[in-house]
Design a binder for this molecule. Sequence first.
Ligand code: OSB
Ligand code: MG
Length: 370
Amino acid sequence: MKIDSITLHHISMPLVLPFETSFGRETDRECILLEVRSEGLTGYGECVASRDPGYNYETTGTAWHILKDFIAPLILGNDVKDAADFQMRVSGIRGHHLAKAGVEMALWDLLGKREGKSLRELLGGARDAKRVEVGVSIGIQESVQGLVRSAAGYVDQGYARVKIKIKPGRDVEDASAVRREFPALRLQVDANSAYSLDDARILKPLDDLDLLLIEQPLFEDDIWDHHKLQAEFKTPICLDESIVSPRHARYAMEMKACRVINIKPGRLGGISQGVLVHDLCREQSMPVWCGGMLETGVGRASNLALASLPNFVLPGDISASDRYYARDITNERFVLNPDSTIDVPRAPGLGVTIDEKALKDFSLASLTMH
Ligand code: OSB
Ligand code: MG
């Protein structure tokens, strides 16, 4: 596919509710929407870098720079065959996975549109996977009672799996309160790297709460310490931030640092890398699930297609559009089915269309390169 132009849209969208994690609080979500033109078709991709380097070192600012000054010049005017070809072209750029993944997503959208196939079909997602199991990720609330109320609201809406964010001082008590209120709920916690190995020992009471998993308790570069912690816990440890490549997935498995892996295409550098981690984990019987980055309808469509692959055996952080945004940039909105699933898009490519007016209203800056 000859790449004729690339447009970057830096956007900011108000969240329905603030989202607070151990690394900060967001009330509006920033990201970069990519629009890539090739041979009369337009593909869209979402770069999930946010305004601050809290979850990841990349930000909308660094991603803009890398996309404009390094990635775009490598592909503009060139014939990029597929995701693997794209990865080869950008292999000289160290890191910056979120920036790379945004472009790769747009290329998949183009490929699908050209071949008349949905992303699920292109990835080889199970033919009967018309819907995938999803859950909701709840940020840190003002109070324990507020958290229980929030969880109750989502359970009422039909979410059968709830994840709560934790941080030092807001961990065991928060999780215990939700467990007490919902004895049978599929419940998990996410610390976003807020603990050291020594601090994390205070999390031991979580082991009696029948949690699905404890996500990323320790630092991003601490695969070995996660191994030590996992040995002390019967609850599976799940790695998110630590797994930045298929190699890291292999290290984590060889070191027995976790028993579950969270796959986010952004963190790994592209959907193709997410598929590689999926396949590697499947060979080793390591369950995976699809993480979320508060995506717009574009990234949500992509995550739903990826989560249709067979080793995504735990519910994804892919909630309905109304959990995040009153107004989205896609014309399509994703809704929760009564069985805590969301339908996988079927139209070619990502299967979504852009609400140009919304995109314009949310735009902070845009740049077209030929
Ligand atoms: O760690 O999974 C995370 C959102 C932003 C950054 C990191 C994370 C999250 C979430 C939200 O947990 C998941 C979602 O999109 O619903
Ligand atoms: Mg996480």
